[in-house]
Design a protein around this ligand. Sequence first.
Ligand code: GLY
Length: 600
Amino acid sequence: MNARLHCTRWLALCLFSTTLFAASPDGVVAVSHPAAAAAGARMLAQGGNAIDAAAAVQFALNVVEPQSSGIGGGGFMLVHLAKTGETFIVDSRERAPAAASADMFAPDGLAMAFPLASTSGLAVGVPGTLRGIDTALRRWGTKKLADTLAPAIELAGHGFRVNRFLADDIAHDDGRTQLHPETAATFRPGGVPLAEGDWLVQPDLAKTLKLIAAKGPDAFYRGPLARAIVKAQQRSRSELGDAGRGRMTLADLAQYQVVIRQPLIGHYRGWTLEGMPPPSSGGLTVLQMLNLLQRFPLGDTAQGYGFDSPQTLHVMIEAMRLAFADRAVWIGDDDTMPVPQRGLLHPGYLATRAAQIKPDSRMDTPQAGDPTPWDSSTTVRPAPSRVHEESPHTTHFAIVDRWGNVVSVTTTIEYTWGTGITVPGYGFLLNNELTDFNLAPSADAVAGNPGANDVAPYKRPRSSMAPLLLLKQDKPVAAFGSPGGATIINSVLNVTLNLVDHGMTLQQAIDAPRLSVTQAAGQVSCEGGQVFMQPAFSVGTQDALRKLGHIGLGEAGTNGCQASIGSVQAVAIDLATGVHEGAADPRREGTVIRVKAPQD
Ligand code: GLY
């Protein structure tokens, strides 16, 4: 069969003649910061593969986007290997320490206030990013860890210009760059917040990265640096006293383990999707929503659907509400408590859920469903996890190399600036990932409810991170993801629909306004218009949604889409031509760099 027949409208290059087929396609990196993109491109230019490039990007992001991710945090890496067609997930999510307990954020039965808990050492999960990168490099990379650290060491030691986004995050930091002297000294030297255009040098971070380059990841997980991490996370906000001190020990750091997982696989309108399994909710919740939406002809304007149609946005909102109701109850760390993954994605179960979506009326607040009849892995029904703040930060990047290996990575230190604690003398921030657990436990022994996302020793907190791979006939065609806490899931959904249903190009799919609902109650947030000088959903469409009873859109007749939702980076492979493409989000300083393949 002619490969061109498999092209979709959104890969514009499919329209060109197959004579454009490049025997050795270019490598492409798509990253939220130009200096980090350049670090990845450098690896590709030096003959490295996508895994090498991903390592360099991640280390460079620690330097230029320190507020979002770094070696003090964790994340998920999706790796697709061109040679075997296999996809793997490198789970480097932070873990709770051995001494963690379900009630640690609610010692008196009442949850600590998030701003206090999340800026105390108690919130620090055992960091996984460095082990994750090292594991991926050892398995699939071609370069040494030290080579991939070189660009970051230069950026930290020589410095770089602070961009608008970093300056903005320092200026609007919820106090997090001011709480601890080491963090303030870096980002507010002399008490003055760094501004756009200022030059930032991070000698302590450069020293740490050099140490890791010389001695490997054990220099982080054992020895003096590990001791410094353990000591730093014993800091607590004075309001919490000893209850806010971190419980991580040297043994927790030494025993940290990355998990290599199989991707979660789903299907949507003839496409295959590979995404994150638990402990992230990213894959399950996106796949649930797509399945719920499959029955509606979202791309068909003749039937009243299409992009910016109230009908399309209405059914999207309803699918989000249903899937987030399930997420709140069922999804946590599957290694600790079984998540009924099969049931949550079973067509029989999803048919019962989809039946609740009415094209012309808004449903009452949906409850979570019961997938256990479709799943023999569990019979217990946890109670809903409590809703708490999730940060819009975190970061996502995607890479395809000239051999067709694809890497798609989301990493984070959780809230913007994490705990705000910089490890003294080592120059990197510690995450507050453990506040992704239920702050007050939902477990109830009498009712037999184990609390899917309650804190437990060694457990990983539920994540929303959702690097996604889209495949056609088992061949990867696009990989993308986003930051944004729970909104990550909806950003990934929006982009998938834009590509598959609305026929957009990769860049259009990213630029388009997005809509997000992260709770069954249905508070809608959406974006576009003045905020990013993008098109917004039209006011007429917003009014139609308001008339249906959807909440969160503000006054009738106005543009209520004032949120900022995500920052999507993506790569694509044109199946017909073999050409590799990239697209990045203008909502940050998204940058795509193409690295020319050597001519044979
Ligand atoms: N901390 C953000 C996430 O894991 O989704």
